[in-house]
Design a protein around this ligand. Structure first.
Ligand code: SF4
Ligand code: SF4
Length: 251
């Protein structure tokens, strides 16, 4: 099982992109800034999968609830492989299909941008070794033809890039979701019925609503009290993921 965490470009670009496998110590040349001639060109026609932690950061950064965020900015489908609800950032309905958060000046949610946007052009592949049950990871350098950031002379080690983009917490939180998916696979549960899909969606993505469900025992009390914050939501998310494992996948 693997997860590729990276922005995915439009179809035409995908045909031209090359991927190169990297370790933490490998280097690459790249810089994205307002002076590049492609500035903001990559923030359109994208398939950005949002993780629970992405949503926590974005909705708190925007100062809105999870329900409003999901309704305004996302779409949902059932993952063909996982059989689980998948939440995507919904592109605007204009000719360029731009991200709802991009302007000519750049990303308006930069401090809370999704993990996939942070790590670009590096994609992380997290693998569960089925024999040892240990998590392993490697990285892919995604080189897309429309991106002129590769012409810049700034050299990075992969580990320094990830640190610069503050991606560590995102990866740690996203790995917790991966653990739930692993538990689902271990439980041999191929798909969820409609009610289970709803439970999974609420507990993973609509945390404000999850915090109001009074029948859930042992939910951290401070998480029920507004205002919601990144810290409280992160604690709630960790509880919710364990709760999903126990409730839906018998962990
Ligand atoms: S969230 Fe920001 S960085 Fe990501 S695609 Fe949208 S505008 Fe670009
Ligand atoms: S340099 Fe690459 S990442 Fe930066 S704006 Fe251009 S296409 Fe996007």
């Amino acid at each position: 099982m693997f997860r590729f965490a990276g922005k995915v470009a439009g179809k035409d670009d995908l045909m031209m992109e090359e991927m190169q496998r990297l370790t933490y110590e490998d280097t690459f040349c790249f810089l994205c800034h307002k002076g590049v001639r492609c500035f903001t060109e990559c923030c359109r026609d994208l398939d950005v999968v949002l993780t629970p932690y992405d949503i926590i950061r974005l909705k708190n950064g925007l100062g809105i609830g999870s329900g409003e965020f999901l309704a305004k900015y996302t779409g949902t489908h059932t993952g063909p492989n996982s059989g689980l609800p998948v939440v995507n950032l919904r592109m605007s309905k204009n000719a360029k299909q731009t991200c709802p958060f991009v302007t000519e000046h750049g990303c308006t949610v930069y401090n809370d941008r999704p993990g996939a946007c942070r790590s670009y052009p590096i994609g992380r592949v997290a693998v569960k070794n089925e024999e040892t049950q240990k998590d392993e990871e490697f990285f892919l350098l995604v080189r897309e033809s429309h991106c002129f950031g590769f012409e810049e002379q700034k050299e990075w080690k992969v580990k320094d890039w990830l640190k610069d983009q503050e991606i560590g917490t995102y990866n740690r939180m996203n790995d917790l979701l991966m653990e739930v998916i692993s538990q689902k696979n271990r439980a041999g549960k191929a798909s969820l019925n409609e009610q289970e899909q709803e439970i999974f969606y609420t507990a993973c993505y609509d945390l404000d609503r999850f915090s109001t469900l009074t029948h859930i025992k042992d939910l951290p009390e401070n998480c029920r009290i507004e205002p919601h914050t990144v810290e409280k939501d992160t604690e709630l998310m960790q509880f919710a993921l364990k709760w999903i494992s126990a409730t839906l996948f018998g962990d």
